[in-house]
Design a protein around this ligand. Structure first.
Ligand code: URA
Length: 199
């Protein structure tokens, strides 16, 4: 079972490595960067989904390893959860140039890889980081009618079901918003308290 998960994740990685259908692929190859597949425990109860790799992530192939990653690490430590116990990934697996927002076309192109990762991990909780993953995940799991701006629904726990069982979805602000804004950091801390209580 564990090996099967590993193999299926490896297959996703190999497909993304040669995913030349995406216009972000050429940038990645020309700049000698890496795609960011995801990192963590394949049996995690909690799956965090961000939007797309930034520069640090594309240079290393690791999700959330720059400034927003430091915020995420601190928040995980705040609720006493090890990074190695969760799984962290993004919707878009290659870096959009100049850190621009991912386009709807890019989200549509890369989302099937994320869908497969969700099916492999079968999390109990999906915590979305930022509005792009919030919109994608809430629509995917039948919560489209509950969608509101992230400022209105961050920290709420939406109970739904997936093909593999019950699932809670918790929209969170993207950690990048807390880098220079202590109010947002406080919001994130409160939302992480809720996440901890939801496990
Ligand atoms: N922002 C994201 O959405 N994902 C990362 O991996 C890093 C920054």
């Amino acid at each position: 079972m564990a090996n099967d998960k590993k193999e299926r994740m490896k297959k996703i990685r190999d497909e993304i490595l040669s995913f030349s259908l995406s216009s972000l692929y050429n940038d990645r190859v020309q700049n000698k960067m890496f795609p960011v597949i995801g990192e963590g425990n394949h049996n995690a109860n909690i799956l965090f989904i961000g939007e797309a790799p930034g520069k640090n992530e594309a240079m290393t192939g690791k999700p959330f390893c720059g400034r927003s990653g430091k915020v995420l690490d601190d928040l995980l430590e705040y609720i006493g959860i090890q990074r190695s116990d969760v799984y962290i990934t993004n919707i878009v697996k290659d870096r959009p140039p100049e850190n621009r927002d991912p386009t709807p076309e890019e989200i549509e192109l890369y989302a099937p890889f994320l869908d497969r990762q969700i099916d492999i991990i079968q999390p109990k909780i999906i915590a979305t980081l930022g509005r792009f993953s919030m919109v994608y995940i809430m629509k995917k799991f039948g919560l489209e009618r509950e969608l509101l701006p992230i400022s209105a629904i961050h920290g709420r726990v939406f109970e739904t079901s997936a093909s593999f069982g019950k699932l809670k979805i918790i929209p969170l602000y993207h950690p990048a918003v807390a880098v220079y804004d202590s109010n947002k950091l406080n919001d994130l801390k409160k939302d992480f308290d809720i996440l901890k209580q939801s496990i």
